[in-house]
Design a protein around this ligand. Structure first.
Ligand SMILES: [Zn+2]
Length: 107
């Protein structure tokens, strides 16, 4: 028989194509018939949220969401956290800097 994904001939007992890794149709469990080659987004996409925060994260997410939804979501989360966490830390620092000093206990 032949691989449904890459068209190469496969030995009968094989459950996955030795050439491209696609599950062999008919033997593969249900739900995997819509299998398509896994194309992971490059890790270099993390540079975008790293430098541009939530904006870069949103761009990286928009570009990669069809190709690699899992990594796209991680990029967006990274961008959001990378923006929110420093903002919160700065806000806390400002808050405590301007907060009135605790009163000395009255003897
Ligand atoms: Zn194949």
């Amino acid at each position: 028989m032949f691989c449904q994904s890459c068209g190469r001939e496969i030995a009968e007992p094989a459950t996955v194509c030795p050439n491209c890794g696609a599950p062999v149709r008919g033997i593969a469990p249900p739900g995997t018939s819509s299998w398509k080659p896994v194309e992971h987004a490059s890790g270099a996409w993390y540079l975008l949220p790293l430098f541009f925060g939530i904006i870069g994260g949103t761009i990286a997410w928009a570009v990669n969401r069809d190709k690699d939804p899992g990594r796209a979501r991680n990029l967006l989360i990274f961008g959001v956290l990378w923006t929110v966490i420093p903002t919160v830390l700065i806000a806390l620092a400002v808050f405590f800097y301007y907060a009135p000093a605790p009163r000395a206990p009255v003897p």
